[in-house]
Design a protein around this ligand. Sequence first.
Ligand SMILES: [Zn+2]
Length: 394
Amino acid sequence: MKKNDTEQIRADNRIDIINTLRVFGPLARVDIGQITRLSPATVTAITSELSDAAIIQEVKGPESKGGRGRPRVLIDLNPTHASVLGIKLSINEVRLMLGDLKGNIAHETVVVQKTQRHDQASLNEMLVEQAKRFLDQHPEHAARLVSVGIAIQGFVDVHKGDVVWSPALNIKNVNLTRALENAFECPVELANDANSIAYAIQKHPEYSQCNNFVVIMIGYGIGGGLVVNGSLYSGHFGAAAEFGHTKYSHEGPQCACGKRGCIEAYVSDYALYRDASAVMDLPATDRRHPSEKQMQRLTELGHQKHSYAVDLFHQAGKVLGYGIANILALMSPERIVVTGPGVRAYALMEPGIHEGINEALVPELIGRSQIEPYSWSEDMTGKGVIALALKHFR
Ligand SMILES: [Zn+2]
């Protein structure tokens, strides 16, 4: 075996142990070995190296069984060893978060900004300025900053760090990583918001051992994230997986992307509110961006069995089901996880989802893939960008 191979295996094992501790920690050495399937000697060698670097620390666990009151020694990541900055850029809002090595959010702030008024230079200046201001308020994190993660709605090229198109901006092909890299002298990772959520879900104990799953994010827009053989798949050009802009009908309703008939044009918040307003007496809204409160009200009408609302969500579920059928036929994943703010109406869409899948696919292709909702909170956005930034910690 070449020396480089040995070094690579050691580096991979080190990342494996750090990730395992982030998902399941604190853990005893023997449990780390069981989860990672690494030998006791390898676990001991790597944990002692991580301990020397103060990346991990020993913590007291609960008393061992029959251990005459002696607590077990467990290992955990040292949260204060490194900090990362997460930025979520959405329409008229910049959310900044500081995360620790364990992936927890330590501080968070939201800045209201007319994001669509910026050109490339002023957008980057604003982001650097807001990030500096936020870090100045938390000097202990600024001193140990190792990387930055930034997520945005829309099409991105993760390899170049470019936003190709986003509903949050009025400009196209904007680089968002170089100015931040120069300002903070650390790696900056860009992702679209659904992919950053897939990172967060991958760090959940229930999904961390699941190697092939698809995340569908529903809400203002419809996004997707593909986890293939344990890694997020972003595609050769870095723009995967734009599930929301795959088609249901070529003559369908107008989508925010400029084309017609995308899944998003039927299932997103703006599509649901547009269709509901045509037949129901609803408060006026910014047609391109109904508020969370308005969407909750519409969902409530569905739960109260208001017939238009019931039909609306059923039909949206059916379109989503057709889209999911395409994913099942192409990828045969273990699980399809539906999340995002739109999951508030999952129970109303679920019968339609299964109807759509069963209409579209023969049972053999539906297979044993599980389709399930993943409860949503704003916290997920933060966990996503923090997990994205932590990709660089090794
Ligand atoms: Zn579209």
